[in-house]
Every structure is written in C-alpha cells, then in structure tokens.
Design a protein around this ligand. Structure first.
Ligand SMILES: NC(=O)c1ccc[n+]([C@@H]2O[C@H](COP(=O)([O-])OP(=O)(O)OC[C@H]3O[C@@H](n4cnc5c(N)ncnc54)[C@H](OP(=O)(O)O)[C@@H]3O)[C@@H](O)[C@H]2O)c1
Length: 308
C-alpha cells in the first residue's frame, strides 16, 4: 500500500510517500481500506519533534490519529463489523496512523459511519469530535451557562460551539474578523475578532472557558470568568495555572480514544444535530503540503482532510 512515513523528526522534508506491506487484521481487529484521514495540529507538532517530552515515537512512523473507509477484512474474534461496513477509526499515537491506504485497528477503536455523512465528513468529526465531546464533558457545560469557546473557526472550536449551543448555553467565541459570520452560523451568540478586539475587556462573569490556545490567551481568560467558574484547556501553548488566584477550577482535557464519545458525536451528526466542518481536502501524496498549510495557520473553517 501507499503511505506517508518519516524516519526522523524534522521539517516536512522528512515526510516520504512510500510503498509499505499491507497491514493484516489481527485477533479482534478489522482491516479498513481508507478513503480519508484528518490532518491535525498534533500531527505536525509530533513530526517536527515539538512533543518529544511527551511521546517517544517508534520510528519509522506513519502519522495520523484517525481515518475513515470501508472494512475489507475481519480478524479472528472480531464480531461487531462486517466486510463492506463504512467506519471511522481512531489510531493510537504509537501504532500506524491514518496517512495510508489501509489500516488495521481493534474493533474498540472503530464506529460505523451514519448514512447521512460522507466518509470525509465523518473523519472531520473523528479526532476533532473526540476532542470537542471530551472538552464539554470535562467542563460540565450546562444549559443557561455563559461559555467562551476560543478558536471557534478551528476544527475543534467549531464543534464546541455547536455542542454548547445545543446544550442551551450562551456561547461567545473568538476567531479572526473574516470568520465572524461563519462562527455565528455555527451557533455563537457573541463573536469577538481576536485581530480587532481583546475578548478579556469585553466579556465578564462567564461560567466556563474552553481554551484551545494556551499562552497569553489562557492568561487573559481568567478575567472573563466569575468566581467558581471553570476553565478547561487542551494542550497548545504552555499555560500558567492561575486558578487559585481567580477562584476558578482549571482542568486539562484528557483526549483519549474513547469509543463512547466518538459514537455520541456520530449519533448527533447522523441525526443532523451537529454538522462536521471540512476546510478543504488534499490528496494523500501531498500530505507534506498539508502540514505546511497547518503549520503556518492557513487552515480555517474546519478540518483539513487527506483523501486517499
Ligand atoms: N489532546 C489535546 O490536548 C488536543 C486535542 C485536540 C486539539 N488540541 C489543540 O487545540 C488547538 C486547536 O485544535 P484544532 O484542531 O481545532 O486546530 P485548527 O483547526 O488548526 O484551529 C486553530 C484555530 O485557532 C484559531 N486562532 C489562532 N489564533 C487565535 C487567537 N489568538 N485567538 C483565538 N483563536 C485563534 C484560528 O482561528 P481563525 O481561523 O479564525 O484565524 C484557527 O482556526 C490546537 O492547538 C491543538 O493542538 C489539543
């Protein structure tokens, strides 16, 4: 099969389009012929070597935390899926990733794709959907609460806005000025353009902040929370925890390959309650260009997807 692989950390030059042996479905696994895979910020940061304090990658490595396609073989003791099923899969950091024509995964790392969704849409909902669902759960967002979602035009932020809106929260969100209307269309009640205004001077008494930025944005987010509020953050720029100073609870969102969470997102999208956001698609062979775009912040309004 064709796949993207790298043997050392570095610039996008380390990414090679190679031929590899087809994987085989082991016991409890399914073999999936992939049609699409997400390109996430995690992928390029891992490739560049920025996450070496957290993960020691076995090399060579095929990147990608998710994928979507059709089951072509079922391993011994696997009973949930049949050949021909369309599935979305979660790929472990330490196993082969989704930047490939095929992948073998444990059944517990796959869910069926609802009929209403294309495979590309389902993939836009996989790694980003897990991150959004687990963030909302961690922050325990409730109806009537005032919630600030940072980076509302991003893949995770766009899903967070939709989930919080659906839960009945009053949602404020940050994005660049050209994305105001887009972010409003996802369900944000208030939009603050980070390239024109300072959210911390405009918002106050919020119950929850969902922080996808870290750094200076994290630091300023404490000012918009009321005492007793909650700040849930995803790993991005480093943060300084000022929870005690402001009387708020600060919690890191632990994103794991959680089948229940992924199933919940697929069910919501399958019912038309939330809509996956696809920024654009690029062929697998051009994955290095996809990383360059991500790295320079040129991907907006949803997930960048590799088509395979
Ligand atoms: N396991 C984890 O902890 C975990 C899991 C998932 C994601 N994350 C992290 O969460 C972040 C977002 O992920 P993603 O997949 O949604 O990324 P993404 O699709 O690339 O979105 C990033 C967004 O950040 C926005 N942005 C840039 N500067 C901003 C600022 N000063 N204020 C507010 N928004 C700003 C951009 O908005 P515009 O397009 O409007 O400019 C962009 O759309 C990444 O840092 C990622 O590493 C962590």
């Amino acid at each position: 099969m064709k796949a993207i692989q790298y043997s050392e950390h570095g610039t996008t030059d380390v990414m090679q389009y190679v031929d590899l042996p087809d994987p085989v479905a082991g016991p409890g696994q399914i073999l999936v012929k992939l049609e699409a895979a997400s390109v996430t910020p995690f992928d390029w940061k891992l490739r560049a070597g920025h996450l070496q304090n957290h993960f020691t990658l076995p090399m060579p490595s095929v990147p990608g935390r998710d994928g979507g396609g059709t089951v072509v073989a079922v391993g011994e003791d696997a009973s949930e899926f049949q050949v021909g099923d369309r599935v979305a899969v979660m790929a472990s950091v330490f196993a082969q990733g989704g930047y490939a024509e095929m992948i073998a995964v444990d059944e517990k790392n796959a869910v069926k794709i609802p009929e209403r969704l294309s495979t590309v849409e389902a993939v836009a909902l996989t790694n980003a959907g897990l991150s959004a669902w687990l963030s909302v759960q961690t922050a325990e967002v409730k109806s009537g609460e005032k919630v600030l979602v940072h980076s509302g035009a991003g893949a995770v932020g766009g899903l967070l806005i939709q989930l919080c809106h659906r839960l009945g929260a009053e949602v404020a969100s940050t994005c660049r000025s050209t994305n105001r209307d887009y972010v409003k269309s996802l369900g944000a009640d208030h939009v603050i353009a980070y390239d024109e205004e300072d959210f911390s001077g405009l918002l106050k008494d919020h119950d929850v902040v969902l922080d996808l930025m870290g750094g200076a944005v994290h630091d300023r987010s404490y000012q918009v929370l009321k005492r007793g509020g909650r700040l849930a953050w995803l790993v991005a720029d480093p943060i300084t925890d000022r929870g005690a100073e402001f009387g708020v609870t600060v919690t890191r969102v632990m994103v794991s390959d959680d089948k229940v969470a992924l199933q919940a997102m697929m069910d919501l999208a399958g019912a038309g309650v939330i809509k996956p956001q696809v920024a654009r698609t690029i062929p697998l062979s051009e994955a290095a260009e996809a990383h360059r775009l991500m790295e320079k912040g040129a991907v907006s309004r949803g997930r960048l997807i590799l088509t395979i």
